[in-house]
Design a protein around this ligand. Structure first.
Ligand code: HPA
Length: 274
């Protein structure tokens, strides 16, 4: 008989536990912009996604797939190098499966990062934006369908989707180190198209500051699972009716790489203070 989602989560968590000595309480999803963080991890163990039972396999250009266990900022952490995007064709349960597994083996705090297009008129390319809230515009919620009470409540509150104390911590670090750190609301869309000028405008009017094709599903599941979340976006391009530049995957990667040192600095310092 086909295993249930809950059985798969437990089986995968058990596999990881039996392959890794220490289980971390902190997880990091290394999206675009945080790739360089890997070079700062004192690596203890790596597991390729293809060797982990029930794990989907990452396909998108610029993302490789493995779980990395090790020390960063004095803390034992697990980092996901490569995430699963809805636009790749994965369903929401697959996109969020790693978050479920992390929670199952003991992760309580989740860091997420991404590249995003800015609609806030004060933003410039290369800005780093702490995500203070999000708007879910994916066509589906990852919690749709059977709810396993063991994983979280049927109707979870989303009143503090991103931890206020962690946002404050990031702000303090930025102030101490003279880092320009923006705040904003992340709009999560299915992609893979970038937005039309009217869509960027619409997202700004409804309260968005940046838009991207990831993060929201993982953050919904993390909240369902009662995890603390910190999210950060690199603004890799700007959109709106007065903006003529055409965003491309290459431009996004280039801008994200430039912002990496700042992103890395903030996350490392936050880990030291947790
Ligand atoms: N839109 C959607 N996703 C993105 C963008 C954008 O402008 N930039 C980087 N990821």
């Amino acid at each position: 008989m086909e295993k249930t989602y809950l059985e798969k989560i437990k089986e995968t968590a058990e596999f990881i536990k039996s392959n890794v000595g220490t289980m971390p309480k902190i997880g990091i999803i290394l999206g675009t912009g945080l790739g360089d963080l890997v070079n700062h991890i004192d690596i203890d163990k790596e597991l390729e996604y293809k060797d982990i039972p029930n794990f989907p396999i990452s396909t998108v250009e610029g993302h490789s797939g493995k779980l990395i266990f090790g020390r960063l900022g004095g803390k034992y952490i697990v980092a996901m190098q490569g995430r699963f995007h809805y636009y790749e064709g994965y369903d929401m349960k697959q996109v969020t499966f790693p978050v479920r597994v992390m929670k199952q083996f003991g992760v309580e705090t989740l860091f997420v990062s991404n590249a995003a297009g800015g609609m806030n008129k004060e933003f410039v390319v290369g800005d780093v934006m702490v995500i203070t809230d999000h708007i879910n515009l994916f066509p589906e919620n990852p919690l749709r369908g059977k709810n396993y009470e063991e994983l979280g409540p049927r109707f979870p509150a989303m009143t503090e989707p991103y931890s206020l104390s962690m946002i404050e911590m990031a702000d303090n670090i930025a102030k101490e180190q003279n880092i320009r750190l923006m705040h904003g609301v992340y709009v999560g869309t299915p992609g893979p198209t970038f937005e039309t000028p009217a869509e960027y405008e619409y997202f700004r009017i409804i309260g968005g500051d940046a838009v991207g094709m990831s993060t929201v599903p993982e953050v919904i599941v993390a909240n369902h699972a009662d995890m603390k979340v910190f999210g950060v976006s690199v603004i890799t391009d700007l959109g709106g009716k007065d903006i003529k530049e055409v965003p491309s995957h290459e431009e996004v990667q280039k801008a994200a790489i430039k912002a990496q040192p700042v992103m890395t600095q903030i996350i490392k310092n936050m880990l030291e203070r947790l």
